[in-house]
Every structure is written in C-alpha cells, then in structure tokens.
Design a protein around this ligand. Structure first.
Ligand code: E4P
Length: 222
C-alpha cells in the first residue's frame, strides 16, 4: 500500500518524509488556506516547496466550479511542478474539466467521492486517482469502508486504470481495514500517521530492555 500524507503543512511533511514512508501528498483548499493564513505565504510557494520535498504525486485543488475555470486553475497549478495532480470534484462541470485536463496530459484526482456511481463517472472521465472520503461518510452514519469495497470491485470488474485513494482517514483502524480490502493508496493526516507507531507493549518492551541492560551494566561496573 502506498501512503500519502494528507496535509499542506511543510513541517509535518518534512518529518514524515524523514521517516521514509511517504509516497505522495494530498492537499485541499481547507488545508492550504490554513497554511496560507499561518505562514502568510502564497499557495503556489507552499505547493512548490512540498513538491521539492516529496518525490511523488502532490494533489492540489482550485476553487473554480465551472469546467473552463477548473481547467484554467488546474493548468496554472500544474505549472508549479510536474508532480502536481489536480483534484476535481465529481460534478457535471467537474467531469467535463477532468476530460479537458486529461487531454492536456494533466493528471487528475477525482475528489469528494461519496458513491460508487460518482467513482464510475470519474473512472470513465479518465481520472488517474479516485478519492472516496470515508471519514465524512462515517460521520453521517454511512459505511465509508463499504464504499471502498464497492469501488474496488467496480474498478476491477471493468479493468479501469484509475487508482483508488482512501481519503478522509480518521484513525489507524481505517488503514488496517483499507489494507484488508487491498486498497492501493491511503492518504493519512499527520496525527494518524504518528498514531500508527503506537502500541503500549512496544513502549513497555523498550522500557524493560533499557532497564535490564542498565542493571547488567551496574553489576559489571561494581
Ligand atoms: C483527501 O484528499 C482530502 O484532503 C481529505 O482526506 C479530507 O479529509 P477530511 O474529511 O478529514 O477533511
């Protein structure tokens, strides 16, 4: 499974990159707005720095809603770096924009996907990535992981080339369930990536090893 980090925070990306386990980055207008506000830096500048840090796909999304606007904003964003992937919502205008961007060789990530029908439309429009938001579905009492299973089957049944990104991940169990379904990519917030390391028995085990070793050294040096 490829792990993407779901953030626009350069410090978080740098830390996760140093762990050596990050294959890509996803951002969205909310995540970028937060960083623009905190750092007083332009969206382009932040995205460029992210692309220079992580050598993999970096998703970026504009705010236009009509096909021509999405295409124009997508083209502008894609000029920042060759690894930029344009996130486009699956609306009638978005689907048109996906085709237009794909015909120009610009990669597309279909975003805000909440149904298998939306995923089919995105796959038919040639989306490189399809991002179902599972946490937001769970939040409204629907089965996020069930949607992942449906979309994986659909992509497999019809041999589409789009890759599924499990998005809106809220906790480590989401990642385990996504692995069990064979999802190819999960995009994970920094806090959840950190939580993936955690197990109380690991902490307890390390403490015991260090204590036992210290005791042995004390005896040796008496
Ligand atoms: C994915 O690409 C999105 O940026 C993200 O996963 C949205 O997650 P949220 O529901 O936590 O905002």
């Amino acid at each position: 499974m490829k792990l993407f980090i779901d953030t626009a925070n350069v410090n978080e990306i740098r830390i996760a990159k140093d762990w050596g386990i990050i294959d890509g980055v996803t951002t969205n207008p909310t995540l970028l707005a937060k960083e623009v506000k905190h750092t007083c830096r332009e969206r382009q500048e932040i995205l460029r720095e992210i692309c220079e840090l992580v050598h993999g796909p970096v998703s970026a999304e504009g705010i236009s809603l009509d096909a021509i606007g999405i295409e124009k904003e997508g083209e502008d964003l894609s000029r920042i770096h060759k690894n930029i992937v344009i996130k486009v919502p699956v609306t009638p205008e978005g689907i048109k924009a996906m085709r237009m961007l794909r015909s120009k060789g610009i990669k597309v990530n279909a975003t805000l996907v909440f149904s298998c029908n939306q995923a089919l439309l995105a796959a038919k429009a040639g989306a490189n990535y399809i991002s179902p938001f599972i946490g937001r579905l769970d939040d409204v009492g629907q089965d996020g992981m069930g949607l992942i299973a449906e979309i994986l089957d659909m992509l497999d049944n019809y041999e589409f080339e789009s890759e599924l990104i499990v998005a809106s991940v809220r906790h480590p169990l989401h990642i385990v369930e996504a692995m069990q379904l064979g999802a190819p990519i999960c995009t994970v917030p920094f806090k959840v990536l950190e939580a993936m390391f955690n197990h109380p028995l690991t902490d307890k085990g390390i403490e015991k090893f260090v204590n036992d070793w210290d005791k042995a050294r004390e005896v040796m040096h008496k």
